[in-house]
Structures are given as C-alpha cells and as structure tokens.
Design a protein around this ligand. Structure first.
Ligand code: MV4
Length: 509
C-alpha cells in the first residue's frame, strides 16, 4: 500500500474525529487528536496516536483556534490537517493558512471554498456550467421595486435569500407584492447581523420539493466523479434527522442527469476532494442547484454503504495526490442505506437539548448495522457542542428491509442518562408516509405533533417485560409474575437480551 501521509492532525471532535482516525489507521497513517478541556477523556483523544490540548471548553477557545491548531500540527510533525465538518471545515482563511504553513488541507482548495461560499457567486458558476438553478437573480437587490420586478417576472411566491447565507439564515418567503418591502428589510437586517453582509437576492419559491444532494469526488489530475444522491428531506429547522441513499424519487436516468450537473458545477469551481451539491427536486422531477457544501458531510456513510467506497480514505488519498481509479459507469448504487442521527434532544419536549452523563450505553450490532458514535458509557453531554451524539446507519438489499433493519437496530439501542432522538426514529420507521417514501422538506415540521402523540407498539411490550422483572425481583420467592406478563417478557426480553438489563436498571431506580 503506498503511503499517504505519515501523520495527520484531526481538527475536530466526536464521531467525525473518530471516523477520520479510523481511516488514518486503516491507511497506516498516524493520527493526532486535538481537544478542549471538556474533552480530555473523550474517545477521540484516547483512540488517536497522540493528542494536543487546545484550550477551554467553548469552541471559540479550542476547536475554532485555527492558528493554534496549525502550530500544533507543525510541532508534532503532521503533514496534513483534516477539518471534519463544522468548526473550521469551510473557512477559506483556514484552508489558506494551512497551505501557507506548508501543510496539506484535506479538502478542496481555499479558492473553491470561497467560490461556493457566496451563494450568488455559486449561482453564477452553476449557470455558466449549465447546471439548472432556481429562476431568480444572481446579484444583490437594490430595493423593493427591483425585487417586485423580478417577482412579477417569475410569479409569486418568491424567496429572499442572503448572498452570504446558506443553511436557511436570512431567508423570507414572500407571497404578495405588499409584503415585499418589509420582508426585504428584515432579510437584510438578519443577513447583516449573521454574516456582516446585507446582500439579499431573490428566487422563485419552490413549493413542496425534496432535498436531494449529490456526492462528488475529484482528484488533482482532472478526474471528477459523482457517487449518486442522498435523500435528506426529513429535517427540522434545517437540521437533518434521517438521510438515505438512494432516493425513492430518483431513477437511474435522473441520477445520471443530476450527477452530470453536480460534476459540472464542481468543475467550474476548480473543486477537488469530497464535496456535495444540494438540489431541490420538485414534484415534476425538475431539479435545481441550491448550493455546494465544501466538506465531508455528516450523512456521508449512506453513500459509502451503497457505493462501496470509503469517502474519508479517499479524502486522504486525493489530498496526497493519488488518482481516482473508478469510472463513472462503475459507480452504481447497490441496495439501500438509511442513517438516523442520534441527538441529545427530547423529541417529546419540542426537541429540547438534554444534558447529563451517559451512565449506560448499549450499541446495536448485527448484520448490516454501522454505528458512527462519539460517546461511550461515562461520557458527559454538555451544551458546549453539537447535540449529535452518534449516527446509526444500516444497509440492506432494498428499502423495506433497510427500514426493518433500522427499526430492529433502534430497539437494540439503549442510552440512559440523557434524552435522545431514539424514540422519534422508532416512530419514523413505523410511519406510513415514511415507509411509502411520500415525504418532502416540510413533512417533518407538519407532522411533529402527530408523531409525538404516537406510542410505538413495542413500548408496551417493553413495559410488560419491565413489569415482569419488577414483580419477580421485588417479591422474589413469594409471588411469580403474572403468566401474561411473563409471556410478554420472554418474547420481548429473552434470556441474555439486554432488555433484561434495561428492566433490572429500571427496577433498581
Ligand atoms: C429554497 C427553498 C424553496 N425554494 N429555495 C433552505 C436552506 C438553503 N440550503 C436553501 N433552502 C431552501 N431554499 C427556493 N427557491 C426551500 C429551502 C428549504 C430547504 C431546503 C433544503 C432542505 C430543507 C429546507 C427546509 C426549508 C426550506
């Protein structure tokens, strides 16, 4: 195996730091973790070959300290830095500073990050590349009259967007001419506060679309390939909850067209390494480029599982100058993969963030199950960082079997000590619309109340198992559990099952 780098610094924490450390180890590359005072005993610190303390818990004093991270990389003799996602991953200045320090940034060139960072610049690039974009402008609006002219041309509703934005900040839907002036003023105010730039442009508002994104991978020798789509419509407030690959709405013919459009946009930006083009896919099968994410994404595993390609290993190999050995024709999705984001949020309480110590963790295993996690028994969940604790990912030959497998894996999962999104995901796997694939970007927000009111059928069985154990343990020798509770218990929690452990813990509370 050709050596990639000797040593790589991983400028992140949690599950993505572990994911990169694993890729390094498989490639024979030494890894260096960085950590905050709050993460001194975190799994990523233990699993790396070396670790460097950055500073206090707040990200602004640790994981966002780019200069300190570059200094640490030089000190320990790392040749490259992997930024993961979030934190410094899409900061043009950081990619540039890494390069200026004589190190390799494992990601796209700083110029490509900059080109895609401005949404209006990205639209211009996409248009020049022949990639379909939503009808609208590519320059900032001067005033409400100009916005009204554009809206008249494309028809209402329209959407005002911040040029420096992305991820939903500074967006306003406008239904009528009368609403335009005040919507423009508030979008500009929000954009100025969030990005220090009040440039706002306008697009036709696409009603009821899916969010479908295309993974691309480009080497430094001119090869740019796509690895098909991910369906990411199950999201709430721009936070994705469930992703899958492929999408029920994408045929091989549409995949080829969207893939070519994504490759063309990436090429136009001078892109290399792993990236993602986000599209809206409307009910008529028309697709529109939205923006490009210039990083490895949270949901990359579903693509890895259906394409049989290790994206993180390829990030390192591409950064080291290797050539991609695949042909586009050979990259055909096989089977179905689903990812559930396990977050420390209470779905029964409006997804309120939950904190505390994980005092018991049981991780699902078995056929077709992958756990990309950043926690272990004993981990402290704080408000300093993102609430995503882990990702549960399954693969199966087709979508119905992948849903059944995810349901089974979620039943095996126990996280005690913090509230998590686990039960929400169980309900989703049982939901008729999800099971038929009849979803779009507004689906989750429209069905939250109804989901919260649904008790998954398995809960009653688990409660019966708990009741049976409670009876047998508290009144040992004097009374046996009722025969029906015992029957439920043995079905739900056969001898040796971790459900018995759950029941005992419940009994001891
Ligand atoms: C849109 C749109 C409808 N029409 N643009 C949200 C964040 C940013 N990535 C762009 N977004 C949208 N742009 C037009 N012209 C709807 C959204 C949108 C959305 C997009 C993807 C995933 C989830 C979303 C949730 C709400 C709105």
């Amino acid at each position: 195996m050709p050596s990639v780098f000797e040593k790589v610094l991983v400028a992140n924490r949690g599950e993505i730091a572990l994911r990169v450390i694993r890729a390094c180890r498989e490639l024979g590359v030494a890894s260096v973790a960085v950590y905050s005072e709050a993460d001194a005993r975190a799994p990523h610190v233990r699993e790396a070959d070396e670790a460097v303390l950055l500073g206090p818990a707040p990200s602004s004093e640790s994981y966002l300290k780019g200069d300190r991270i570059i200094e640490a990389a030089k000190r320990v003799g790392a040749q490259a830095i992997h930024p993961g996602y979030g934190f410094l991953s899409e900061r043009e200045w950081f990619a540039r500073a890494v390069r200026d320090a004589g190190l390799t940034f494992i990601g796209p060139p700083a110029e490509a990050i900059a080109a895609m960072g401005s949404k209006t610049a990205a639209r211009k690039l996409a248009i020049a590349a022949g990639t379909p974009v939503v009808p609208g402008t590519t320059t900032a609006l001067r005033d409400a009259d100009e916005a009204a002219d554009v809206a008249e041309r494309f028809g209402y509703p329209v959407l005002l967007k911040a040029a420096a934005g992305g991820g939903g900040k500074g967006m306003r839907v406008v239904q009528r001419r009368e609403e335009l002036a005040s919507a423009l003023a508030s979008a500009q105010r929000e954009a100025r506060n969030a990005f220090g730039d009040d440039a706002v442009y306008v697009e036709k508002y696409i009603v009821g679309p899916r969010h479908v994104e295309i993974q691309v991978l480009g080497d430094q020798h001119g090869t740019m390939l796509h690895l098909g789509e991910r369906e990411c419509s199950i999201q709430r407030r721009h936070q994705k909850m469930i992703e899958e690959a492929p999408s029920v709405a994408v045929t091989p013919e549409l995949r080829a067209r969207m893939g070519e459009a994504a490759v063309a946009a990436a090429r136009a930006a001078g892109y290399t390494n792993a990236g993602t083009c986000e599209f809206l896919l409307d009910r008529n099968g028309e697709f529109y480029f939205l923006e490009m994410n210039t990083r490895i994404q949270v949901e990359h595993p579903v693509t890895e599982l259906v394409m049989g390609v290790d994206l993180v290993q390829w990030q390192l190999r591409i950064a080291a100058g290797e050539r991609l050995p695949f042909t586009q024709e050979a990259l055909v999705p096989r089977g179905w993969a689903i990812e559930c984001r396990i977050t420390s949020e209470d779905p029964a309480n409006g997804f309120l963030p939950s904190t505390g110590r994980v005092h018991y963790l049981h991780v699902p295993t078995g056929p077709g199950v992958r756990w990309d996690g950043g926690i272990e028994t004993g981990s402290e969940v704080t408000l300093h960082y993102d609430p995503m604790l882990a990702k549960l990912i399954v693969w199966a030959p087709d979508r119905p079997h992948a849903i059944a497998r995810m349901h089974r894996a979620l039943l095996e999962l126990t996280i005690d000590g913090v509230d998590t999104s686990r039960d929400f995901h169980l309900r989703m796997m049982e939901n008729a619309d999800f099971r038929s694939g009849d979803i779009e970007i507004q689906w989750l927000e429209r069905h939250l109340a109804e989901l919260a009111a649904t008790q998954p059928p398995h809960e009653s069985v688990v409660r019966a198992a708990i009741a049976a154990v409670l009876l047998s343990e508290s009144d040992r020798g004097r009374r046996q559990p009722t025969s029906s509770a015992a029957a439920d218990a043995s079905r739900a929690a056969p001898a040796g099952s971790h459900w018995l452990e759950v029941a005992r813990r419940e009994a001891l509370r």
